[in-house]
Write a protein that binds this ligand. Sequence first.
Ligand SMILES: Cc1cc2nc3c(=O)[nH]c(=O)nc-3n(C[C@H](O)[C@H](O)[C@H](O)COP(=O)(O)OP(=O)(O)OC[C@H]3O[C@@H](n4cnc5c(N)ncnc54)[C@H](O)[C@@H]3O)c2cc1C
Length: 329
Amino acid sequence: MAQRIVASAQDLGYSWRKLDKLMYQDRWKPEYAFGHYGDPHGVKWSARMYIQEAVANGALLINGAKVKKVIIEGETATGVEYTKDGQTSKAFASKVIVAAGGIGTPVILRASGIDRAGYDFFFDPLIGVRGTVKDIDVPTREIPMSAGVHLEDEGYMLTDMAHPSATTAFFAAGVFRFDQMFSRRRTLQIMVKAKDALGGRLTNTGGIRKNLDDHEKRKLSRGYARAKAILKNAGAKNIFKTWYLAAHPGGTVKIGELVDSNLKTAYTNLYVCDCSVIPEAWGLPPTSTIIALGKRLAKHLSSEKEVSDGPRRETVAAAAELDRQISTH
Ligand SMILES: Cc1cc2nc3c(=O)[nH]c(=O)nc-3n(C[C@H](O)[C@H](O)[C@H](O)COP(=O)(O)OP(=O)(O)OC[C@H]3O[C@@H](n4cnc5c(N)ncnc54)[C@H](O)[C@@H]3O)c2cc1C
């Protein structure tokens, strides 16, 4: 599918190119199904490796806990209150770093008294543009977003987008294309993902209240027209677009507003590190940026520690090993 789309897009003059993937090439085999709902062969990069590293170095992981709020004593964060298995408990630490994502983090901060969290955010709206061809049998090993193009001036990107059967059916039903619910194996799909302006608000429970304005809808429509032409050129019929979706919520706890350039809030010992802190409209996959922010914060906090405790050689060695793994993959 990706190759068919690449050929069509390049034929129409697009500089449609392979995209970098967060995958371990040496663990992958051509016959493996792509792990949409899991990853039995450990092919996909996962942020879990940082957790495993921390646990191996003595961190305590409380899994399945839902943080309700940060415990603030005076002007200082001292821990968090959380629920697990219906019970409320508290965990205390010398530093509290909230990393519950673009929606989860502002919900926790608001419950902790930081009322201005959760306003004027981005979520990178997207649509899928789909059509079917008779002479293709899309395999389950098809890797989504293998190649694409970023049309920066027009404010969106286009990539191929393979889906598993369930979401293929779900998104077709969402726009009443019941005839296309079971067409996964013959479907060519292009995702159009746009950069939206900052706006909207979250409710205290994380409900999203944001309307796309005409300008953003026009961007997606323009992307739709381009994707449709590429699919037609690839021989696709029955072309339609899915309803609007979004997958990158962020900008809810911005650097320069609610956290400083070291990701510290107005409270002593309370930091935020995730997609929330990105201070401006984004429009691109944010993972590498979030990892970079995490590594920078780790260095900042450990250098603070060095001043008080002296250098910890094992921590520096672990960070160097992590750097090596990241640069290898
Ligand atoms: C379908 C899909 C495809 C994507 N593809 C890409 C891609 O190809 N490339 C890319 O760069 N980005 C991609 N993204 C976006 C990317 O996954 C997110 O932007 C990124 O994970 C955000 O990182 P984060 O640390 O801010 O939050 P998250 O990764 O969401 O981490 C927050 C964590 O906090 C937990 N949490 C939330 N609330 C609480 C609470 N109260 N107590 C305890 N824990 C809590 C959540 O369960 C979650 O584990 C994709 C997103 C989706 C949905």
